[in-house]
Design a protein around this ligand. Structure first.
Ligand SMILES: Nc1ncnc2c1ncn2[C@@H]1O[C@H](COP(=O)(O)OP(=O)(O)O)[C@@H](O)[C@H]1O
Ligand SMILES: [Mg+2]
Length: 501
C-alpha cells in the first residue's frame, strides 16, 4: 500500500493538541497567573528577585502558566533596557538527582552554538560534561560560572558590539570578543578599549553593560523527581551570598506535581530563603470545558465535531482528577479514531472509545507490576462490588481474598499484608480508599473500585500465567457471580462473558 493523504480529515491543525503547545490564552487560572506575575514583577521593577515554588497535581496548568508568563515578561522587558532577564528551564522528569540536573543544564548551554563564548570564558576544553565522574562541587562550579555568564554583556551586548564594529566609521582592528571580555593578555590597553566602546555606545545607541541588571531565573520543572537530593533548589538562591555568582541576580522557581514534596523541602530550606508558594487547584468541569473549546476550535475543522464532545471530554478529564492534559489528549485520540473510521465528524462515541482506550492503557501500565496476591485482592473487591457490598472494609473482604488465594495460588497472606496491598492499589488509582471511621484510635478504611471496569479486571486476571490448576487467576466464583449479575441486568458492563466459558 502506498500513502495517500486522508481526505476529509477532521483535523485543521492537530499541532495545537500537542503537549508543548502554548495557547494564546491560559484560561481559568487568573489567580495563579497573578501570583506568578507578582514574582516576576520584581524583575520588571529592577529589584531583588523572589524565589517561588509551584505545587499542583499533574495537568493543572503549571508548566503552561509559567511559560506563558515568561513569554509575557520577555515581551514587556523590551521596553526597559536597564534589565536583562534570562530564563533557564529544565524539566527534571528523567533526572534522579541535583547533580544530574546540574549537568543537564550545563550541557544544554555548552552544546548550544549560540553560547560558544562560554568555552573560552570558563576554559572548558570539552563541550560536554560527562554524566558521571566529575566531583559534584566541580559540576556546580561550572554551572554557576555559566549562570554568571548569561549576562547582557555576553549576549545581546556582545552581538550589538559585533554589528557596530562592522558598520562603524571608526578605524578599529580589535575584535568584539576582546572588547567585551579581554583575556589576560589584551592587545589593546584598557583605556583604549574604554575609548572605543564609548564611541560605539554613542554612535549606535548601545546601553553599556554597567547600567544593566542581569537576572537569571532557573525553572526546575517536576523537581520532585530529583528526590530528596534537591540541593540545587537552595543553592541557587544562595549563590550570590556565597559568591558563586557575582554578575547576576539569581532566583529559582521550583515546580512539583507532588504536593507532599512541600514538607520534604520545607524542613531543609532555611528561613532566610524567600520562597513564595503558589498552589494550582484542580480544574473543575467548567474550566476544562473552556480549555477544550479553545483547543477544539483550532484543532478541528469547523463542522467537523459535535459540540457535545466538549462537555463529555471535560467530564472524563474531571474524573481523572481535573487533568487538562488528559482531556486534551482525549480530543486528539478522538480525532485519530474519527480519521481511522474514515468518518468526517468527531462524535461522543469517538470520545468514549478514546477514553476507554486510554483507561485501558493506564490500568495495564499500573497493573503490570502487581503481584499475583495483589491481583487476587482486586478480584475479591470486584466480587463484593458486584454484590453491591462496596465500599468494604479490609476485615470484610479478607475471607473472600483468602478463599480466592487458596484456590488459585494455594497460598494466602495475613491481613496486615493485605492492608498493604489495598493501600498500594489505592495509590495506583485502582481502588478508592476512604476513611469511614471518624472516632479516635484505629482508622477504618473502606475500599471500592475506582475508575476500573470489570472488563479490565478480567483481562488483568485472565492474562496471568497459569500457576495452579485454574489456568488463570480468575476464581470460578467471581465468574459465576458476574454472569448472574449480568443476566439480571444489574451490571453496567458490556463484557462478553461467553469468552470466559
Ligand atoms: N488554563 C489552561 N488554558 C489552556 N490550556 C491549558 C490550561 N491548563 C493546561 N492546559 C494545557 O493542558 C496541558 C497540561 O498542562 P501543563 O501545564 O503541562 O500541566 P502541568 O504542568 O500542571 O502538569 C498542556 O497541553 C496545556 O497547554
Ligand atoms: Mg508540567
Amino acid at each position: 500500500m502506498t500513502f495517500t493523504r486522508t481526505e476529509n480529515s477532521p483535523f485543521e491543525n492537530s499541532q495545537v493538541l500537542a503537549e508543548d503547545f502554548i495557547p494564546e490564552e491560559v484560561l481559568g487560572r487568573d489567580e495563579e497567573l497573578e501570583q506568578i506575575s507578582e514574582v516576576l514583577q520584581q524583575i520588571v521593577d529592577n529589584e531583588q528577585p523572589v524565589n517561588a515554588f509551584i505545587y499542583g497535581i499533574s495537568g493543572t496548568g503549571k508548566t503552561v502558566s509559567i511559560k506563558y508568563k515568561q513569554r509575557e515578561l520577555e515581551q514587556a522587558l523590551e521596553r526597559y533596557d536597564d534589565v536583562h532577564a534570562t530564563f533557564v528551564y529544565q524539566n527534571c522528569e528523567s533526572l534522579s538527582s541535583s547533580y544530574q540536573a546540574a549537568i543537564a543544564i550545563a550541557n544544554s548551554y555548552l552544546e548550544n552554538p549560540e553560547y560558544d563564548y562560554l568555552h573560552e570564558e570558563i576554559n572548558l576544553a570539552r563541550n560536554q560534561i560527562p554524566s558521571s565522574g566529575l566531583p559534584k562541587e566541580r559540576v556546580y562550579d561550572i554551572l554557576f560560572d555559566i549562570f554568571d555568564l548569561l549576562t547582557y554583556r555576553h549576549t545581546e551586548y556582545r552581538s550589538q558590539i559585533e554589528t557596530a564594529l562592522q558598520e562603524t566609521t571608526l578605524d578599529v582592528t580589535v575584535s568584539a570578543s576582546e572588547l567585551v571580555s579581554p583575556g589576560d593578555d589584551p592587545s589593546v590597553s584598557s583605556d583604549k578599549r574604554t575609548e572605543i566602546l564609548e564611541k560605539l555606545h554613542s554612535e549606535f545607541d548601545i546601553r553599556p553593560p554597567e547600567e544593566v541588571t542581569d537576572y537569571v531565573t532557573v525553572i526546575l520543572d517536576e523537581v520532585d523527581r530529583i528526590g530528596t537530593r534537591d540541593e540545587l533548589l537552595y543553592e541557587i538562591p544562595r549563590s550570590r551570598t556565597n559568591s558563586r555568582v557575582d554578575d547576576i541576580l539569581p532566583s529559582v522557581i521550583g515546580i512539583s506535581n507532588d504536593v507532599g514534596y512541600k514538607e520534604s523541602i520545607q524542613s531543609k530550606t532555611d528561613s532566610s530563603l524567600r520562597l513564595k508558594e503558589i498552589t494550582f487547584k484542580k480544574y473543575d468541569i467548567d474550566q476544562l470545558q473552556e480549555i477544550l473549546s479553545q483547543r477544539a476550535e483550532k484543532a478541528f475543522k469547523s463542522e467537523a465535531y459535535d459540540g457535545d464532545i466538549i462537555p463529555l471530554a471535560s467530564a472524563f478529564g474531571r474524573k481523572q482528577g481535573g487533568d487538562a492534559r488528559y482531556a486534551i489528549d482525549l480530543l486528539h485520540k478522538s480525532g485519530m479514531k474519527t480519521k481511522k473510521d474514515e468518518s468526517t465528524r468527531v462524535t461522543e462515541e469517538h470520545v468514549r472509545q478514546a477514553h476507554e482506550e486510554k483507561e485501558r492503557d493506564r490500568v495495564y501500565e499500573v497493573t503490570n507490576d502487581l503481584s499475583q496476591q495483589e491481583k487476587i485482592v482486586l478480584a475479591a473487591i470486584m466480587y463484593h462490588d458486584l454484590r453491591e457490598e462496596t465500599p468494604i472494609a479490609r476485615g470484610e473482604m479478607y475471607p473472600t481474598y483468602k478463599k480466592y488465594s487458596q484456590s488459585t495460588l494455594d497460598n494466602s497472606n495475613v491481613p496486615r499484608r493485605v492492608a498493604d496491598y489495598l493501600k498500594k492499589m489505592s495509590q495506583l488509582g485502582l481502588l478508592d480508599r476512604r476513611d469511614a471511621y471518624q472516632g479516635p484510635g484505629e482508622s477504618g478504611f473502606e475500599y471500592s473500585l475506582d475508575k476500573v471496569d470489570y472488563n479490565m479486571i478480567f483481562q488483568i486476571l485472565g492474562d496471568e500465567e497459569p500457576t495452579g490448576e485454574g489456568g488463570s487467576l480468575l476464581p470460578d466464583e467471581l465468574i459465576t457471580e458476574f454472569k448472574q449479575q449480568s443476566s439480571s441486568g444489574d451490571t453496567n458492563t458490556q463484557t462478553d462473558f461467553d469468552s470466559f466459558d
